[in-house]
Design a protein around this ligand. Structure first.
Ligand code: ADP
Length: 473
């Protein structure tokens, strides 16, 4: 099924709400109109009764009954509503009866029976009539005056109004629906424009950005958010490209070297066995470096894919550092560097992948040894305080220049490319170290001075009682 556009959905909901409002308004208006018409009719009847009372006040003392009837007849035909009224005295004797009321013998209460003025609607000879009966006192006597008014005009007016509403509702609703649709289309038009502009941006032209119109509304925010996303994508793609270029460059060097060594050895076939062995040694060393590089590259590729297979358990960091320290000591002695370690006397529990942490500490010791000339010192220290374990690997080596310190954790970054390449580094060690430390919720920092030495500080959170409980389950 084709998805319904937002414009149509908005128009639909708008029309629905509008229709509900319109129906409610019509019902209220219809009842309001009816009440007001009844009110006007009742007021008119009340006035007519008042008129009769005034007339009687004035005429009764002066006229006989026959004269009074005659006067009533003369006056009543001129009044509004024709001569539909009748009057009786306290004994029920008629003072006056309009012909239609007399013809239909419309009953009337005596003044003593009518406690309060009364309105009622009755159908007489198929005609709806509104009646109003009131007791009046004239010249010491009480009378009942009843006036009536035909209601067909009132009903006609109510019907006309209802019919008008019935026609107006669909008309208004249709106009509102079309208007709502047009308005929502116009309101959403900029979204379409943004979508079209965003579709034009692909991996080839990630540098392009959407035009921002300073409207201060959600559409400006949408364009800005998309632009920020494009900027992040551009940075990620650039870093992937850099990584691929650096990786292929790093891999090309050892492969070329292996090939060249093997070619030279093969070309000169009259070589002595030790010469072949030397060439093979060189090939082997370079192959080992290459396979280490490939391992590091694969580790980083997995890190990027967030497919890290760290197995975190509760481990004693002191024991982990002791293993790394023993290995580091051997490395140091091979390079003629003095090695010392100061590890906390009590165990320090951390929730970590012990093997990854051992490799991290060893990588830092390996660097310290590599970049420290023979006769220099490397020290490993481990302390625990304020919920954090701190590992410090310090050396008295060549140090890192102030401006380079921000780069040391970057992939493939080496202070001295030519020199460190021969020492076996591809500039990936510290970026892997940082990745592992980050995964453990820790931090790594470096302090260094050229010609004085460097110290790398790693902080890892000590396992709280919750982790200890979990691990013992
Ligand atoms: P590499 O494999 O080249 O050692 P790293 O990522 O481990 O790669 O280190 C990146 C660069 O940081 C090194 O090439 C070196 O220039 C510098 N570096 C790392 N550790 C030290 C250190 N302890 N002393 C001086 N420079 C260092």
């Amino acid at each position: 099924m084709k998805p319904v556009s937002i414009g149509l959905k908005l128009a639909f909901w708008y029309s629905l709400v509008f229709a509900a409002g319109l129906v409610l308004f019509s019902i209220v208006a219809w009842f309001g109109m009816k009440a007001s018409l009844y009110h006007a009719l009742d007021d008119e009847l009340r006035e007519r009764v008042e008129g009769v009372q005034k007339f009687m006040n004035f005429q009764i003392p002066a006229l006989s009954l026959a004269e009074l009837r005659h006067e009533f007849r003369e006056h009543s035909v001129l009044g509004p509503g024709g001569d539909l009224f009748q009057v009786c005295d306290s004994s029920g004797k008629w003072l006056y009866r309009s012909a239609p009321l007399e013809k239909n013998n419309i009953a009337i209460e005596r003044p003593s029976e009518l406690s309060s003025p009364r309105f009622e609607t009755r159908t007489i000879a198929g005609q709806p009539l509104r009646f109003y009966s009131q007791r009046i006192a004239v010249n010491g006597q009480t009378y009942t005056v009843q006036a009536a008014s035909p209601m067909h005009e009132l009903f006609e007016a109510i019907d006309r109004f209802g019919l008008g509403l019935l026609f107006a509702i669909p008309l208004l609703l249709g106009t509102a629906a079309i208007g709502g649709f047009v308005l929502s289309r116009r309101a959403l038009d900029p979204v379409d424009q943004i979508a079209r502009a965003a579709q034009r941006i692909s991996i080839e032209n990630l540098g392009e950005r959407l035009k921002i119109t300073e409207t201060g509304d959600q559409l400006q925010k949408l364009s800005e958010t998309l632009n920020q996303m494009f900027a992040r994508l551009e940075a990620s793609i650039a870093s992937i490209k850099r990584f691929t270029a650096d990786a292929s460059h790093e891999l090309r060097a050892p492969v070329t070297l292996i090939r060249a060594t093997a070619e030279v050895a093969v070309q000169n076939r009259n070589r002595a066995a030790p010469e072949y062995l030397a060439a093979l040694d060189e090939v082997l060393a370079e192959a080992e470096r290459t396979s280490q590089l490939v391992d590091s590259l694969m580790l980083l590729a997995r890190a990027d894919a967030e497919n890290h297979n760290l197995e975190r358990t509760l481990v004693d960091l002191v024991s982990v550092c002791r293993v790394a320290s023993d290995q580091g000591e051997k490395l140091a002695s091979q390079h003629g560097v003095k090695f010392s370690s100061h590890l906390a006397s009590e165990p320090i529990s951390i929730y970590a992948d012990g093997e990854a942490i051992r490799r991290t500490v060893l990588a830092l010791i390996d660097n310290a040894v590599k970049y420290t000339p023979p006769g220099g010192c490397v020290d490993l220290a481990l302390t625990g305080h304020d919920g954090y374990a701190t590992i410090v690997v310090a050396d008295t080596g060549m140090g890192i220049a102030q401006q380079d310190m921000v780069n040391v954790f970057e992939r493939f970054w080496r202070a001295d490319k030519a020199r460190t390449r021969s020492q076996g580094g591809a500039g990936l060690g510290l970026s892997i170290v940082k990745w592992i430390v980050d995964l453990h919720g820790g931090t790594i920092s470096v302090q260094s001075a050229v010609g004085v030495g460097s110290s790398f500080h790693v902080e890892l959170p000590i396992a709280g009682p919750d982790a200890t409980k979990l691990a013992s389950l």
